[in-house]
Design a binder for this molecule. Sequence first.
Ligand code: PRP
Length: 183
Amino acid sequence: MKQLINKYIEKIIFDQKTLESKIKELATWVNQTYKNNNNLIVIGLLKGSFPFMAQLIKDIDIDFIIDFMTVSSYNGDLRTSGSVKVILDLANDIMNKDVLIVEDIVDTGKTMHKVIDLLKSRNPKSLKVITLLNKPSGRQIAFEPDKYGFLIENEFVVGFGFDYKEKLRQLPFIGILKKEFIK
Ligand code: PRP
């Protein structure tokens, strides 16, 4: 990882240990929130959320099923294109199910707005959102996740699922991208 860190990373903001212990806390929230449910479906929004999702589910101690959806608005760019596209839809019917959406970051709120609109139209029993990062200063549409891991400032983050031009998702930590790459 040294080469990539030297080249791209200004600063590591959440290291592997910090992420692991925060995600354990988030899993505890899931266990408590859904302790009396037997209809839970956990939906990961691809691609960014997959490392978070993989870590989170290891500590979920109740029955649930997993599904994924691919939505994209950034297309590998640094700024949102504003139009959120569904690239891959769910495999499962969510009618009368308790749905938990797992997201990596809520920034402008546009992705969540679109996904929630779409999923609500399918009549789930309940719908909640858990996000690893929350960037309230980026909001263009009002939206509050039900649970988040960390608040962040207006920074461009990479690693642990977050990409720079589709790369760097594999880093086991979250860092700030060096300014020279942000145009
Ligand atoms: C990123 C991120 C969130 C969304 C948040 O997805 O994973 O889904 O943007 O931004 P918003 O609140 O401004 O809508 P992206 O479109 O980059 O796709 P990715 O998950 O494949 O990286």
